[in-house]
Design a protein around this ligand. Structure first.
Ligand code: ADP
Length: 391
């Protein structure tokens, strides 16, 4: 909608002259021939700028403006006094005290009139635009608020669901373990009792059953570890990663020797973290480096570098490597690149490592050169809090 310009003058010829000067402007011109009429119009219409004659009978320009300023609805309207006589300082200052924004002195210079009026029209347009933007912003804000609120509810639900799932995994794993132990035990009893007396087929079936139940047992154990890495309260303390590594290597000594492998380590830092979880992470990565060695003797590198405000640990191997399109997938639960016939496993180890890294506020990823080996990196921030960092 076009903005309104109000011309207030008791003399029709003056009104006509101003109208003529402002005809080209992109605005509606409305006119009043007295202060009273001007007031009535201003109460009724939104006006961008008023051109007010100072000398009018009944109520002069100053009185009119004084009334305009007193009204909340009209108080803000810009006013330009138009006058032939009051060029003297005292009149001008009277006008300004009343909140007049400007003066135009007669004889009017068309370019001055137009540029002054244009400035106010522009100001009005900007104000309108700002008003619209504010309304839009308020709408956006309230939409954002609603989305946020919904998101919070979803997050809360997700946390509850996650917690329930962890609980379920943990309980189910525990409950599954007991009957599985019974199955394994009876299978071993049968195997021992009838060793040598079973025909070849039955012996083979029995071995399949034993292998299957062993696999199930280690799957349940790994699932339990995965659940624990997610829902166990973290116990963060200062830990010497050198001693974590030496314990892990002690546990893996037999399989490392069997594979005729060796570990080359650099000095490792003292960091703040959960020692059980960090051990689990190193154990899984080094175990994988041994397991997925292909036909080579494993040479495993372990080290750390400080990068910004995080420690970056690595476990490298000289194994077959990992194709690029599997860099992400191998950290997903149950995702395997090798079948159980090739290398035994459950596809949970790296998912545990990811949980451990993320719960410490870090990340994990792999880089690899097919045929040459892989390097797993994980980061742990240096500003982790001791005791009870839980995510
Ligand atoms: P698992 O070893 O029980 O299968 P992981 O989650 O530890 O489960 O590993 C997922 C898959 O990633 C493995 O099955 C294997 O195919 C691949 N992988 C893991 N570590 C290596 C490695 N160092 N070299 C090559 N492949 C690997």
């Amino acid at each position: 909608m076009k903005p309104n310009i109000l011309i207030v003058d008791d003399k029709p010829e003056n009104v006509l002259a101003l109208e003529g000067l402002l005809r080209e402007e992109d605005a509606n011109i409305i006119t009043a021939n007295s202060g009273n009429e001007a007031l009535a119009l201003l109460l009724d219409k939104e006006v961008a700028v008023t051109l007010m004659d100072v000398q009018m009978p009944e109520m002069d320009g100053f009185e009119t403006v004084s009334l305009i300023r007193q009204n909340r609805k009209t108080g803000h309207i810009p006013i330009i006094f138009v006058t032939a006589i009051n060029k003297e300082e005292k009149y001008v200052s009277q006008g300004y005290e009343l909140g007049a924004v400007d003066y135009l002195f007669k004889p009017l210079q068309p370019s001055v009139v137009r540029s002054k009026v244009r400035a106010f029209l522009e100001l009005y347009r900007q104000k309108e635009e700002l008003g619209q933007k504010t309304v839009e912003l308020e709408k956006l804000n309230s939409a954002l608020f609603q989305v946020n609120a919904k998101l919070e509810v979803s997050l809360r639900e997700l946390r509850v669901l996650n917690h329930d799932l962890e609980q379920f995994t943990s309980v189910a794993s525990h409950d599954l373990k007991a009957p599985l132990r019974t199955i394994s035990m009876y299978l071993s009893l049968i195997e021992n009792k009838y060793r040598g007396n079973l025909d070849a087929d039955v012996g083979e079936y029995l071995r399949f059953a034993v292998t299957g139940s062993n696999r199930l047992s280690s799957l349940i154990n790994d699932l339990l570890l995965y659940a624990k890495a997610g829902n166990r309260q973290m116990k963060c303390e200062d830990v010497d990663v050198n001693s974590i590594l030496s314990n892990v290597l002690q546990d893996l000594k037999a399989s490392l020797e069997e594979a005729q492998g060796r570990v080359e380590k650099t000095e490792l830092p003292i960091i703040t973290g959960d020692p059980t979880q960090l051990s689990q992470c190193f154990q899984n990565l080094i175990q994988n480096a041994i397991k997925y060695r292909g036909s080579k003797r494993p040479v495993i590198g372990v080290g750390a570098t400080l990068s910004g405000n995080e420690w970056r640990f690595y476990v490298s191997d000289n194994g077959p490597g990992i194709p690029k399109d599997s860099y992400e997938k191998i950290f997903q639960l149950f995702h395997r690149l090798h079948s159980c016939e090739e290398v035994d496993g459950s596809g949970i180890g790296l998912a545990i490592c990811r949980r451990v890294a993320e719960r410490h506020g870090g990340r994990i990823w792999v880089e690899s050169k097919p045929g040459k080996g892989s390097t797993f990196f994980f980061t742990i921030p240096t500003n982790n809090q001791k005791n009870g960092t839980t995510h």
